[in-house]
Design a protein around this ligand. Structure first.
Ligand code: PSV
Ligand code: MN
Ligand code: MN
Length: 401
């Protein structure tokens, strides 16, 4: 019995270590900055307020976890001068060892985009949005970053106020021109979201629309699934299975939610859902796992930002490790013979394993702290940035008043 138990643990260790060796996740620059809700912002003394601080925080999370060497950048927030900011980013890459991850254009913030960006009835405004997308492609090329990740917030608030069909045509034109500008190693990811900021119709509302737009744009366009961008009850893993089947899955923005696009920590509300998504990915044999970009898109309003990011990465690893334990052969046999309870138990057995001791051992074997969150607390980093950034941040808080 003890022998059997020992060999099972060894099998688990082999599967988990192999899975973790392949697992990388990209973290967002905006996850280190002060963010809020439409009701306001609670500033944190340790929050990053410059691109230098965002790179420094990312480097800290990477030093503790070893799997987050890429930092997603949001163009207006991180490169406000566009391509002119590229040398500054390159210097930060050199200094910190962190690489630029996906490039996120921003066509949702300027006043001109009140009635839409690439779907705006004004040809001038659509042209302005296209220029920004093209500049983002250029930034991506200059930084050797593979993915330009498009979230289009366009939509309308009341029935009859916009032509849904004409907006589709306008959007197709802009996306085709953006695709044309992509370099040989670049991709374009199309993100969808059913609502917010628009509350009647959103121009790219679901995976079907994103898929069709990506297909029409060209072969380098793929779909991006943000786990918070679905109506309640949507079976996200089924969408993932379809996109995998169609070779159209470009990547994820992981986060969790209870109600809407809450951008909470991955797995904090429904860890089983993340497990089910990872299972779909692990059950497909793909040549290059990095073709599916795992990215975090979270904004921590109340939690400490660096702590939350370390917690996020560790949770993602744990859930990926659990998914790696599913016995695919056995499961397929049980599914094919319709032994439902046994199949479900085979699946759930992996989910309920406590993988943390093996994940911790994997870290130690790679000279990483076994418990990155604990190591962060011990490191003094949070105290240091709180002190260094605190005075400036509290000055900016009082200037709100
Ligand atoms: C929109 O809700 C979104 O998910 C997009 O990915 C944006 O780039 C990001 O959030 C901004 O926080
Ligand atoms: Mn997103
Ligand atoms: Mn979102």
């Amino acid at each position: 019995m003890a022998l059997e138990e020992g060999s099972r643990t060894e099998q688990h260790r082999q599967k988990i270590w192999k899975a973790l060796d392949d697992f990388r996740i990209e973290i967002p620059s905006w996850g280190f900055a002060n963010t809020g809700t439409r009701f306001g912002k609670f500033s944190q003394p340790a929050a990053a307020t410059s691109i230098e601080e965002k790179f420094a925080d990312a480097a800290q999370v990477h030093a503790l976890t070893g799997v987050v060497s890429n930092l997603a950048l949001h163009v207006l927030w991180d490169l406000p001068n566009g391509t002119a900011d590229v040398p500054k980013i390159q210097q930060l890459e050199q200094k910190t060892g962190i690489r630029s991850g996906s490039i996120n254009p921003n066509v949702f913030q300027d006043q001109e985009y009140k009635f839409g960006s690439i779907c705006n009835p004004s040809v001038e405004i659509r042209g302005k949005a296209l220029s920004h997308l093209l500049a983002s492609v250029e930034i991506g090329q200059a930084l050797n970053s593979r993915d330009v990740s498009l979230w289009i917030s366009d939509g309308s608030n009341y029935p009859g106020t916009q032509s849904i069909r004409r907006r589709i045509e306008w959007m197709e034109e802009v996306l085709a021109s953006t695709h044309e500008a992509l370099g040989p190693d670049q991709r374009m990811l199309v993100e969808y979201k059913p609502f917010e900021p628009a509350f009647y119709h959103t121009d790219i509302a679901d995976w079907g629309m994103a898929l069709e737009l990506a297909r029409r744009a060209g072969p380098k366009a793929k779909v991006l699934v943000d786990t918070g961008h679905h109506l309640q009850g949507t079976n996200i893993e089924q969408i993932v299975a379809w996109l995998l089947h169609l070779n159209a899955l470009g990547g994820f923005h992981f986060n969790d939610r209870k109600y809407a696009d809450d951008d909470l920590t991955i797995g904090s509300i429904d860890p089983y859902q993340v497990f089910r998504i990872f299972h779909e990915i692990l059950s497909v044999r793909v040549e290059d796992r990095s073709a599916i970009a795992f990215m975090i898109d979270q904004s921590h309003n109340l939690k400490g930002k660096v702590e939350a990011m370390v917690q996020t990465v560790c949770t993602a690893q744990e859930l990926f490790a659990k998914a790696s334990l599913v016995d695919h052969e056995k499961l397929a046999e049980l599914q094919d013979t319709c032994r439902l309870v046994e199949a479900e138990e085979c699946f759930r057995d992996a989910f309920w394993q406590d993988v943390r001791p093996i994940v911790n051992e994997w870290r130690e074997a790679r000279k990483l702290p076994a418990n990155p969150l604990h190591a962060l607390a011990q490191s003094g980093y949070i105290e240091r940035i709180t002190e260094e950034r605190g005075a400036r941040n509290s000055a900016s808080i009082s200037s709100y008043a």
